[in-house]
Design a protein around this ligand. Structure first.
Ligand code: HAM
Length: 449
């Protein structure tokens, strides 16, 4: 009896060969762009001690309270969590590997899968991917602006349109104390309406009520006092410094006093990039300062900041805006064969072509030549060549251009890679000549027409 087909878990997705080139494209661009700002890639584990997330992201956040995937290898042994975001691991690693004792600012970046048990919808998954950067050691507002620039530059390189930068300051523990008092007073009036989680948060961490996803709580939250009205002088000055630099660099932004972010570690500047092409999940990038986190996690006091871009959301916007991603190269040459000896020759030639950097294939299925040609067509091979007894004897085979059907003879005992290279160049030059100047360009390039 055939087994039941097992499906992927809800809220996850397979990235197939037809799409993986898009991921490679954005990931490469993101890492290369961050590299220009001095960020180097860091890779941290997919799971960490549960306590790491409780102490950093915060045990009264939705992410930790409601959305964590817990992992226990053996009953009664340590509890781990699948990472819901990249910052906690990066901070742990920077402290554990003594990176903060080296040159500062330390700039790291990453591409990582993240896991949150949320209700799946467009742009919201249970396993998703983040590209993020973290900078340690810099407290100047210039650092905030540099980090914002990394994200902005990436969006510009990709060609995204209408991605709006929204910023806010959520102050430091000093100004937060006053603000918490005001929030508690405000929410206390609605305590019979708040969800049970928020009721608990009322005393422990009232700011978390502001990003509760329940409709009742979020409606009540709309009338709550805003943190910008409670900033201490130091936080005000820092925020002014950030705005002044954004203005000087001509970076457009909006101040959105309702941004509080859903993670506990933030201090001072917080920001989000919002796109109108994402529906309800409009935030493609979120970040900010977390000046207290390194100390809280056992390191020396070190200001820090960063952001993360949701790669699924980024790709959704690109698709909505019709941004083309260069397709990967298709097969340059498929060498079909008839009979054992020809098949061995085909294997030998394809291998030699690959070591010269060509994408080449040959028959691995003992198919008829007709079926081999059908396969070559399916994979979009640009050229094909058929080897049989007579070709093996003469050393000459017909190279067929699949698009036009044009055939030419090549001596495959000589340098096949060079022949293929010459043909490719010749073909590309012809295409250019056709596009840009016909005869004139062709003759200038010394081509026979
Ligand atoms: P976050 O705002 O929780 O921040 O997530 C960053 C980005 O990840 C979001 O803007 C969104 O694009 C994407 N994202 C979050 N949840 C999901 C989901 N369920 N499905 C798809 N995409 C999602 C952080 O994670 C911080 N660690 C960012 C940071 C780095 N702050 C400082 N440094």
């Amino acid at each position: 009896m055939a087994g039941k087909i097992i499906k992927a878990p809800r809220g996850t997705q397979d990235i197939l060969g037809t799409d993986s080139y898009k991921w490679q494209f954005v990931e490469r661009l993101a890492l290369e762009n961050a590299g220009l700002f001095g960020f180097s890639e860091m890779r941290t584990p997919t799971f960490e001690q549960m306590d790491l997330f409780k102490r950093s992201v915060g045990d009264t956040t939705d992410v930790v309270q409601k959305e964590m995937y817990e992992v226990r290898a053996e009953k009664g042994k340590d509890l781990y969590g699948l990472k819901p975001e990249g910052t906690a691991g990066a901070v742990r690693s920077a402290i554990e590997n003594n990176l903060l004792k080296g040159a500062l600012p330390l700039k790291v970046c990453y591409v990582t899968p993240c896991f949150r048990h949320e209700r799946p919808q467009a742009g919201r998954l249970r396993e998703f991917h983040q590209f993020g950067v973290e900078m340690f050691g810099a407290q100047s507002p210039s650092a905030d602006v540099e980090v914002i620039c990394v994200a902005r530059e990436l969006f510009q390189m990709i060609g995204l349109k209408q991605v709006m930068l929204n910023i806010n300051s959520i102050g430091c523990p000093t100004c937060r104390a006053e603000y918490h008092k005001a929030l508690t007073e405000y929410f206390r009036q609605y305590q019979d309406k708040l969800c049970t989680t928020c009721l608990e948060r009322l005393d422990k961490n009232p700011m978390r009520i502001l990003d509760c996803k329940s409709t009742v709580c979020s409606e009540i939250a709309k009338g709550a006092p805003v943190v910008l009205d409670y900033l201490c002088d130091d936080c005000k000055e820092h925020f002014e410094g950030v705005k002044k630099r954004l203005d000087a660099l001509g970076i457009e932004y909006k101040i959105d006093p309702t941004i509080v972010r859903g993670l506990d570690y933030y201090t001072k500047t917080v920001f989000e990039f919002i796109s109108g092409d994402l529906g309800a999940q409009a935030t493609v990038c979120g970040g900010g300062r977390y000046d207290g986190l390194v100390k809280q996690m056992g390191g020396d006091p070190t200001p820090a900041l960063g952001f993360a871009v949701g790669l699924e959301r980024l790709l959704l916007i690109m698709e909505a805006q019709g941004i083309e991603i260069p397709k990967p190269e298709t097969c340059e040459l498929f060498i079909a064969s008839m009979g054992e000896a020809a098949n061995i020759k085909a294997c030998e030639l394809t291998n030699a072509l690959r070591s010269e950097g060509f994408y080449a294939e040959c028959d691995l299925m003992n198919r008829s030549v007709k079926a081999q040609m059908k396969y070559a067509n399916k994979i979009g091979a640009k050229y094909t060549m058929v080897l049989g007894d007579s070709e093996l004897e003469s050393g000459i085979a017909k190279l067929k251009e699949m698009e036009t059907g044009t055939e030419r003879e090549v001596d495959f005992r000589a340098d096949l890679a060079q022949a293929l290279y010459d043909i490719t160049i010749e073909r590309a030059t012809e295409d250019l000549a056709e596009e840009f100047g016909g005869e004139a360009l062709a003759s200038a390039m010394g081509m026979k027409r």
